[in-house]
Design a protein around this ligand. Structure first.
Ligand SMILES: [Zn+2]
Length: 273
């Protein structure tokens, strides 16, 4: 009887505690989901590199063991060596083999993948200074207002330190015009990707019809399992201490353009979020 009473007391106490335990678990799970690299430890997510340096592309993928040369996996590339994070590269290899099984003659190659800060700075500053025209406009001369000039470049190019190409998760294929993917071979490839890429973990971040951010890019694809975490991490790092995050980030027009960065980082298709 004594034992029964004690059992009842224990049960009563447990009944009182369980809701708190349950709530505690929920809070813990929620926090765990928000923590750096929900699925991975912070060190694994950033491959041992300092978080700010990784998020802003200030490292060399060629000398990082977490990155793979795509050609070594049998993937066709252009413009020199192309690197992606191993998980993304292997998933891309699987997707490519299936594409070729179904469409042996279709053209597919990776023309640009991981780009570090220095390369993105080169791309940005050539547009800023009018060396590279944007839709036929040499912005360095034609667009005098710095904010307008930044917005024109931001239709298709990220400012250095804010590109998804820094993360080893994103790549561009074949041709950099949407028109290519709207007829013939390009349309066949795009329609296959739109239907199948998600099964391999890929999404198209810059789709048509989004309300803000970069214009539509049918050639740009992203490895969601890693890029989703890195997007959140980038926005958190910028939001929590903008001055610290931007310290060491130098490029032409940074004082005018940097404030626009979060809008462009977060404005991706719902499949990539
Ligand atoms: Zn791209």
């Amino acid at each position: 009887m004594k034992i029964l009473t004690d059992d009842c007391t224990v049960m009563k106490r447990l009944t009182r505690i369980i809701p708190f335990l349950f709530a505690g678990c929920l809070v813990f799970s929620f926090c765990a989901a928000c923590a750096p690299g929900a699925g991975e430890s912070s060190a694994a997510l950033y491959t041992g590199i300092d978080k700010e340096l990784y998020l802003t592309g200030r490292f060399d993928p060629a000398s990082n063991d977490a990155f793979v040369d795509l050609e070594s996996l049998g993937l066709p590339v252009r413009n020199g060596r192309q690197y992606l994070r191993r998980e993304a590269a292997e998933a891309l290899g699987r997707m490519y083999r299936q594409l070729k099984k179904e469409h042996p003659d279709i053209t597919f190659y990776v023309r640009s993948s991981t780009r570090n800060f220095a390369l993105q700075k080169h791309i940005w500053e050539n547009k800023w200074n009018g060396v590279t025209p944007i839709n036929g406009i040499r912005s360095g001369k034609a667009v005098a207002g710095p904010l307008e000039r930044a917005k024109l470049i931001l239709r298709y190019s990220s400012m250095p330190g804010t590109s998804r190409h820094h993360w080893g998760t994103d790549f561009d294929i074949n041709e950099l015009t949407n028109g290519y993917y709207e007829s013939g071979e390009g349309a066949a490839l795009y329609s296959w990707l739109a239907k199948n890429a998600g099964r391999y973990g890929f999404c198209q971040p810059y789709t048509r019809g989004r309300k803000s951010g970069y214009a539509e890019e049918k050639w740009h694809w992203s490895f969601t399992p890693l890029a989703r975490q890195l997007t959140r991490e980038w926005l958190n790092a910028y939001g929590s201490d903008r001055a610290a995050f931007l310290s060491g980030i130098r490029f032409a027009g940074v004082e005018h353009a940097a404030g626009l960065a979060p809008l462009y980082v977060e404005s991706v298709d719902k499949d990539c979020r």
